[in-house]
Design a protein around this ligand. Structure first.
Ligand SMILES: NC(=O)c1ccc[n+]([C@@H]2O[C@H](COP(=O)([O-])OP(=O)(O)OC[C@H]3O[C@@H](n4cnc5c(N)ncnc54)[C@H](O)[C@@H]3O)[C@@H](O)[C@H]2O)c1
Length: 258
């Protein structure tokens, strides 16, 4: 293997990335972090305006970006966006599956409709994107896939039955794709965040009981800021993680250790 200089370890110059949920709190932070590290970034989101705003912020800072409307639960959409990015940029080096939804509710009353809606986006959407982009990466014998799971993919808490199931599934999707794509030099890892201050967490933030539940169990005693996810994502997107695959990296202020 060619020797890597220290400056190359965290470098994304000349690389291309797709970030699903790229208009959201964590997705936008990751898009901007990747662009600062030199990547061309496709922000893909079901809300095109949000993706466009991410792309605008990157271009205004001198980076290169595009915005795509994408519903990750639609195979047709996924294939269309992957084809569009490949036509413009020729290759996809990094995929971040950051699109996600949460609908709270107690397990015994949770509706089938909400259960399917959450599984469709968080689990099936991650599968479809891993499969479509993974195929391209396997052919190129190069690639990095990062799935955004959650501490709720590894432990349980009340009020989130479908979310927990979907994020546990994302952990196992990550391991399954990691094992099958390893021979093709494609590394597949996950990030498990605890509570971060994003639009998704607005409902939970407004619920003092839920906040107390999480803060009491978080040794660092605070929520994360979206920018605090970027270092982990850059590590898993670059040469610095060349021997890391199938791993779930907690970015959780110590939650899972307590
Ligand atoms: N914020 C947290 O505390 C936290 C904790 C653990 C895990 N996560 C995970 O991080 C990821 C990002 O969440 P966030 O906190 O930035 O939330 P967010 O709501 O700000 O962002 C999620 C984005 O996904 C997009 N989206 C929803 N459905 C989609 C679909 N079908 N296709 C494409 N895009 C879709 C939304 O439009 C939104 O822009 C999610 O997977 C979430 O489950 C967040």
């Amino acid at each position: 293997m060619k020797e890597t200089t220290r400056s190359e370890l965290f470098d994304l110059a000349g690389k291309t990335a797709i970030v699903t949920g790229g208009g959201g709190g964590l997705g936008r932070a990751i898009c901007r972090g990747f662009a600062e590290a030199g990547a061309r970034v496709a922000a893909a989101d079901i809300v095109l305006d949000m993706a466009s705003e991410t792309a605008r912020l990157i271009r205004d800072s001198g980076g290169s970006a595009r915005a795509d409307q994408l519903d990750v639960s639609s195979k047709e959409d996924v294939v269309r966006v992957v084809r569009g990015v490949l036509e413009e940029w020729g290759a996809i080096d990094v995929l971040v599956n950051c699109a996600g939804r949460a609908i709270r509710g107690t397990a015994l009353d949770y509706s089938e409709k909400d259960f399917e809606a959450i599984l469709n986006v968080n689990l099936k959407g991650t599968f479809l994107c891993c499969q479509s982009v993974g195929r391209h990466m396997a052919e190129r014998r190069s690639g990095k896939i990062i799935n955004i799971s959650s501490i709720g993919g590894l432990i349980a808490y009340p009020g989130s039955i479908a979310y927990l199931a979907s994020k546990g599934g994302v952990v196992q999707l990550t391991r399954g794709f990691a094992v099958e794509l390893a021979p093709f030099n494609v590394q597949v890892n996950a990030i498990a965040p605890s509570l971060f201050e994003t639009p998704m967490m607005a409902a939970s933030r407004a619920d003092p009981e839920s906040q107390r539940y999480f803060m009491d169990r978080t040794p660092m005693g605070r929520r994360g800021q979206p920018e605090e996810i970027v270092g982990a994502a850059i590590f898993l997107a670059t040469k610095s993680s060349s021997m890391v695959t199938g791993h779930v990296l907690a970015v959780d202020g110590g939650f899972l250790s307590a």
